[in-house]
Each structure stands twice: as C-alpha cells, then as structure tokens.
Design a binder for this molecule. Structure first.
Ligand SMILES: [Zn+2]
Length: 108
C-alpha cells in the first residue's frame, strides 16, 4: 500500500523549506520529492545503513501515525546530512547537469 504525505522540508536544491511529497510504501519511506524543483530522493535502506544507525533509520523512515514537528525535524536533518553518494540521481537531473556543463563549454 502506498501512502503519500505532504510536508514542509528542507530542499538542498532550492536551499530553503519547500513543500515535499513523501511516499511511503507499506511501512517504509520510499521516496521524498520536492514539489518546487522536482528533485527526488529514492531511499535505499541498505546504503543508508552505511551512514546511519538502524535506530535512526527506523525512526525516520517508518511511516508515522501522524506527521509531527519532530518527524519533520528529523527528515529535514536527514535530507541535509545525507551524503551525496547515497542519492540516486534521477535521470532528468543528471541530464540537466550535463546540459549546463555543455553550455559552459560552448561559451569558451
Ligand atoms: Zn527543491
């Protein structure tokens, strides 16, 4: 069962708090998406275990009965602290970065 929850969270791309859609699949958080820039973070629990404790992951990634301020704070902290190698870059974003690099090359 998939559940979608909207929440204000910190987006690294927008560099401010924006509306996010949090998707839970069953009991676990599956992805977090910024509604403003479309940046999407897919959650890979295995990779996260290299960086965070199981306690923290369970607290942040398990579907809450209701979204409290504390959970939002945890999620924002989680987004800000996530190492870049954990992020599964959506193809579109990777392509945009490629486009910017090409444009800069063309200028020279
Ligand atoms: Zn954003």
């Amino acid at each position: 069962m998939t559940t979608k929850i909207k929440a204000q969270l910190f987006c690294l791309h927008c560099n401010k708090e924006t509306n996010h859609t949090i998707t839970y699949k069953g009991e676990y958080l599956e992805d977090i998406k910024c509604n403003i820039c479309g940046n999407e973070i897919k959650i890979n629990r295995e990779k996260l275990l290299e960086t965070y404790t199981a306690d923290f992951i369970d607290r942040v990634l398990t579907k809450p009965h209701r979204v409290t301020e504390e959970i939002k704070k945890d999620l924002s902290y989680f987004l800000k602290s996530m190492p870049i190698r954990i992020l599964t870059k959506p193809y579109r974003v990777a392509q945009e970065v490629g486009d910017i690099l090409h444009k800069e090359k063309d200028k020279k």
